[in-house]
Design a protein around this ligand. Structure first.
Ligand code: NAG
Ligand code: NAG
Ligand code: NAG
Ligand code: NAG
Ligand code: NAG
Ligand code: NAG
Length: 497
């Protein structure tokens, strides 16, 4: 009953959007906004009286006027010629007897920030919040926008409600903005030196299924299964992502997975990459081919939740976040980048240990990935060390990394699985510590004395919810900045179908 009512309200709101017939821009175009710069074309759309001819003009450093387009079924849409980074511009939409104007519009790169509570986590909640907020005034060219938390059973063409219209940052309006999103934008501005638009659309406690279209869920057999409450599938995709498809974007960043640690966990290696594929396809189509069909997608690998926990949820999700490769980009997840965060635990977070306050580190690691993957900067280290060879001898395991490593010895960060039967090891198998006994520039040697060498069936690294103390994992890049991501290597794994 309540649901039917909500549905009716949603339908009403949706129809209100386009029924009054006056000339307007869609909800997420506003004063102070950032539109995607060249080489892409920014797409603009809105509402108007049926049949009216709409022209959009740009005035500022360059002037430009589009050819007229006709309002059809209450909607008009144009794409601008490519505009270089800069501004400010006024963007005016005009029909014969009325005009609407967006002022102080900048051109730059637009990034979408999605996910659950760790993306929603606000600037006021991080460490050094007041110092960070005081910097707002130094970044007038990083602009923020936030969609309201709304859900829908059907795909919406526009946002139901806007939480924060496009804003020039102030310490006041940043207080409740996403910390990871803002810090990412601010660090990218320091690097790029041109405007950055940040679109926050995220919601705490939400599984990946809510952000995925039914198309994407079907790819992973999550469409019509008994155990998936279909009422919750796609509701945020419908209300908070689908409406944005028509705007041109540079890329997206994402922090989510906690809600899947115990919910369709085994499917996450399918559902997460499938969601990325689907968003890419849909944003590309929605923008008439302007948003790249392989737009860069960055994400945060899960941090930590419960110290001493032996629950397998977080380790499994971390692995599945990489489609079980352990690192990104990889053949299944091209043009992606990942901030490893398992070494950033916050045991005394007032917001619960699942919400660490170290968002500066997370955002900084994301920007390294963005520079390398999205902006193709050469030679920027953005991935922690990953093993590319594992050799088992009678008494040791020798691991060779893909780069030089900085090692702190540990008795138990590596574990081996002892098994008499030649089968893949799982969470319930017998795992025993394999101490680090020696290391070199690129190699680490482990003792396997706790297990007969012909019974060593698998090896894993940092396979725990909370594997290390703050920035104190045993393996980092030589610079000491990038932690090695966790991995599991099974000798008897069946690869491929
Ligand atoms: C934009 O419009 C405002 C007021 O509508 C005006 O003051 C300003 O000069 C305009 N700027 C440009 C670049 O056209
Ligand atoms: C503008 O013209 C439309 C018809 O195209 C009419 O419906 C509308 O009332 C007019 N608006 C104003 C403000 O004159
Ligand atoms: C907070 O600021 C201090 C002083 O600038 C700095 O040393 C510290 O690393 C900062 N903490 C975080 C989490 O960024
Ligand atoms: C949308 O979200 C706003 C604020 O977050 C809330 O007030 C409103 O009731 C929501 N509307 C719907 C239809 O869910
Ligand atoms: C995903 O992980 C599950 C177990 O966690 C495994 O059974 C399945 O083969 C994996 N699927 C893919 C596509 O990697
Ligand atoms: C936005 O994109 C979707 C998906 O391509 C399309 O169905 C819809 O008509 C577009 N909306 C507008 C206003 O152009």
């Amino acid at each position: 009953m309540a649901e039917t009512l909500l549905f009716a309200v949603l339908m009403l709101l949706a129809s209100l959007h386009d029924s009054d017939g006056s000339l307007r821009f869609a909800s997420y175009y506003g004063d102070h906004m950032v539109l995607q710069k060249s080489p892409e074309r920014a797409v603009l759309w809105g509402y108007g009286p049926e049949g009216a001819q709409v022209t959009v003009s740009l005035s500022g450093p360059i002037n430009h006027k589009t050819l007229p387009v006709t309002v059809t079924e209450g909607i008009w849409r144009v794409s601008l010629n490519p505009v270089d980074a800069g501004g400010p511009y006024n963007v005016t939409a005009a029909i014969h007897n009325s005009t609407v104007i967006l002022t102080d519009v900048l051109f730059g790169d637009v990034w979408l920030c999605g996910g659950q509570s760790n993306m929603y986590f606000q600037m006021s909640q991080i460490f050094n919040a007041s110092e960070e907020l005081a910097l707002a005034a130094k970044y007038p060219f990083v602009r923020t926008f936030m969609a309201a938390l709304n859900l829908s059973k059907t795909e919406q063409i526009d946002l139901i409600l806007v939480e924060l219209p496009w804003s020039v940052p102030t310490s006041g309006n940043l207080v409740s903005f996403s910390a990871v999103c803002w810090l990412f934008g601010r660090y990218m501005y320091d690097y790029l030196k041109y405007p950055i638009g940040l679109v926050e659309s995220c919601w705490g406690g939400t599984p990946v299924e809510a952000w995925s279209s039914s198309r994407a869920l079907q790819q992973c057999g999550l469409g019509q299964t008994e155990d998936s409450p279909k009422d919750e599938n796609s509701v945020l995709w419908n209300a908070m992502i689908h409406p944005l498809l028509n705007m041109t974007l540079k890329g997206a960043i994402w922090y989510q997975g906690e809600s899947n640690a115990n919910y369709h966990q085994d499917n996450y290696n399918c559902s997460f990459p499938a969601m990325i594929d689907d968003w890419r396809m849909a944003f590309h189509q929605g923008s008439g081919g302007q948003t790249a069909m392989d737009f860069p997608f960055g994400f945060v690998q899960l941090s930590t939740y419960q110290k001493e926990s032996t629950d397998n949820g977080f380790p499994e999700i971390r692995w599945h976040q990489t489609a079980d490769f352990g690192f990104v980009p990889n053949p299944r997840m091209k043009q992606t980048f990942m901030a490893v965060a398992l070494d950033l635990p916050d045991a005394t977070s007032p917001y619960g240990t699942i919400h660490p306050r170290y968002k500066q580190d997370v955002a900084y690691r994301l920007t390294l990935g963005a520079r390398a993957v999205a902006y193709k900067e050469k030679d920027v280290p953005f991935q922690g060390p990953f093993c590319n060879q594992i050799i088992l001898t009678q008494t040791y395991v020798h691991i060779t990394y893909d780069q030089e490593v900085s090692v702190t010895p540990s008795k138990d960060i590596f574990e081996i699985c002892c098994s008499k039967i030649k089968e893949q090891c799982g969470p319930k198998s017998l795992w025993v510590p394999a101490p680090i006994i020696q290391w070199d520039l690129k190699t680490v040697q482990l003792s396997i004395s706790s297990c007969p060498s012909d019974e060593v069936a698998a090896l894993r690294y940092a396979w725990r919810d909370w594997p290390c103390d703050f920035k104190a994992c045993p393996i980092y890049s030589a610079s000491g900045i990038l932690p090695a991501p966790p991995f599991i290597a099974n000798q008897y794994q069946r690869y491929g179908p």
